[in-house]
Design a protein around this ligand. Sequence first.
Ligand code: CP
Length: 313
Amino acid sequence: MNIKNINHFQNLEIDDILQIIKKAKEFKEILNSKDKIKIKELKSTLELKKIALCFFEKSTRTKLSFEIAAKNLGAELINLEINSSSIDKGETTLDTLKVIAKYGIDAFVIRHGLSGIIENLEKNINLPIINAGDGIHNHPTQALLDLMTVIEKICQDDLEKLKNLKLCIVGDILHSRVAKSNIELLSKFGVEINIFAPPTLFPYYLKIEGIKLMKNWNEVLDYSDVIMMLRLQNERMDNGFLPKSSEYHKYFGINQIIENRIREKQIFVMHPGPVNYGIEINESLNNYKNNLILDQVENGVYIRMAVMDYILN
Ligand code: CP
């Protein structure tokens, strides 16, 4: 049996990725057309398919967008409620999933705090698995929705423009699965990626050819068409990583001075969310025309529809 999983991008060809993004755009057009007949037709795409959402870690965007995406395509959803499950009684993640698999599931969507767990589960579960974020490791659907947003909003659908695009990822690279999946995906398309991070939050093993470490905001602002801010993953670090969040805002956040310069240069700003305002970015950035954060949120639904369609059809 040839099972398709979405865990990382090593096994996905550029054509597969473009196929997913093309499909996501088609779904977006149909849903935005408000054409009731076409929207109703979408519901036959995954009719009779059962998808289990298993979120062992908290989520708003990823979980809800997968739910809405599955419903848009007519799939049945099984939601594992962690707090009322038997996990607390000592059942392992693998055992829990094996039990759910016996209920006639067609695919799993899994978020988990343990980095690399998806590879392990893939070997033991004979069903497609979509990684919805594992620890500090991968978040492939986030990277896909980020790529879709970049293509749409910055490149105006011209893929060639990706090869001239300069993107800087700023913040907690060490604990960010979003950064790792984006580096993997965007570099496949020739995007120039730079990084700006406190030394304690930059993983020095992440030495990838072509990726430059920026020294200060001046360099970031000089070399970037788009800045991808990251959330400080406080739940994955102790006090040793950063002195104070106010100091982080002063040196690595988009504070008022940096915001003024971003506006002046019309640099695009992205953030996977959830945002810690006053730490990673200023709340006043919300009325900036090149702030793409809510475009990322919206595209999450279409990308997740396309990913489920790719996996199950
Ligand atoms: N971007 C992201 O993964 O957000 P959630 O944790 O809310 O799903």
